[in-house]
Design a protein around this ligand. Structure first.
Ligand code: 2GW
Ligand code: MN
Length: 297
């Protein structure tokens, strides 16, 4: 009932108390001006959060697309997710692919399932990337809304390398792009042509978010993906494609629908950028790919 929902009873737990005069991080921003937490290692207590989400018996959906040759990324992606993604919680992996027979069989822990969703392939890679918005919105309305509480939508050419847990969950969340977290607004690679639906003026925008990691409740992800897909279709009708495809549309969306939580680049890193002092963990890493070999055909 209402009372149960709002009053989360925490069991007895021993941990060091929060220190008002000694914040856990002084080297990074931990809160946006609209009071959305920015998730960095050291700023949260997994034990407390895990209990809260376990009490709600939350199921999390992880969506990934493996179209054409990108099925080669699935094995490592799923194996490392079993080790690090939402450990101790219920998880549905939603694998969108045009090659269902090539989805590897990976041993899964209890309460975790792989759901293979057969979808069509598009000849242009830009279209493969952009059509994710359409397919996620479609399946959110048809299926995900009945099966999971939250959706986490990620690139597949990645591996988990450290814990990614319920600390990321919120109504609507985005991730700071590893290449731009320290950049000035003017150098964000937003779409700058006013003719595009993804256009963001030079004097607007908070952060540059990565296309490869966003999520929220199924309802919020449905609204986001539907709106981005519609914007992509409006551009297409005018013969225009945003500079970074759906990532540009995602960034436009987040300017006007502020995320309720933001993930630090711990959650989407590429070792080609090297190491940083502020990065205490590299939780989700780009898998190096031979662009020519993997992308052609
Ligand atoms: C992508 C580029 C060139 C040739 C093929 C593909 C491709 C992508 C494909 O053949 N099959 C496929 O399943 N994909 C899916 O699209 C897959 O899930 C992949 O992770 C995702 C994005 O493509 P990716 O990872 O090669 O592009 P990145 O790593 O440069 O991603 C960033 O930029 C993209 C837009 O240009 C997206 O916004 C993406 O979210 C970003 O991380
Ligand atoms: Mn990628």
């Amino acid at each position: 009932d209402l009372d149960d929902f709002h009053k989360i009873k925490q069991t007895r737990m021993i941990y060091t108390k929060p220190q008002i005069l000694n914040p856990p991080r002084s080297d990074v921003l931990m809160m946006t001006p609209w009071f959305a937490p920015i998730v960095w290692e050291g700023t949260y207590n997994s034990e407390i959060l895990n209990e809260q989400f376990r009490q709600r018996n939350v199921t999390v959906g992880l969506t990934a697309f493996a179209i054409k040759k990108y099925v080669v990324f699935l094995k490592k992606f799923l194996e490392t997710a079993e080790t690090y993604f939402m450990v101790g919680h219920r998880v549905n992996y939603y694998i969108f692919t045009d090659r269902p027979e090539e989805v590897p069989k990976v041993a899964l822990k209890e309460g975790r399932n792989v759901v293979v969703l057969q979808v069509q392939n598009y000849p242009r890679w830009q279209e493969i990337s952009m059509r994710r918005m359409e397919m996620i919105s479609c399946f959110s309305q048809q299926q995900f809304i009945n099966e999971v509480s939250y959706l986490v939508c990620v690139d597949v050419d990645m591996r988990f390398n450290d814990q990614v847990g319920v600390e990321i969950l919120s109504n609507l969340f985005g991730t700071l792009h590893p290449g731009f977290y320290a950049a000035e607004r003017q150098s964000f690679t937003y779409e700058r042509r006013p003719a595009s639906q993804a256009y963001v003026p030079r004097d607007e925008g908070d952060f540059y978010y990565a296309g490869g990691f966003f999520g929220g409740t199924v309802m919020e992800v449905y609204k986001l993906t539907k709106k981005c897909h519609e914007a992509i279709m409006m551009d297409k009708a005018k013969g225009i494609e945003a500079i970074w495809q759906e990532e540009s549309h995602l960034n436009k969306y987040f300017v006007y629908h502020k995320p309720t939580k933001i993930l630090s680049p711990e959650y989407l890193w590429d070792d080609y950028l090297g190491r940083r002092e502020i990065l205490k963990k590299r939780r989700f890493l780009a898998v190096p790919k031979n662009h020519a070999a993997i992308r052609n055909k």
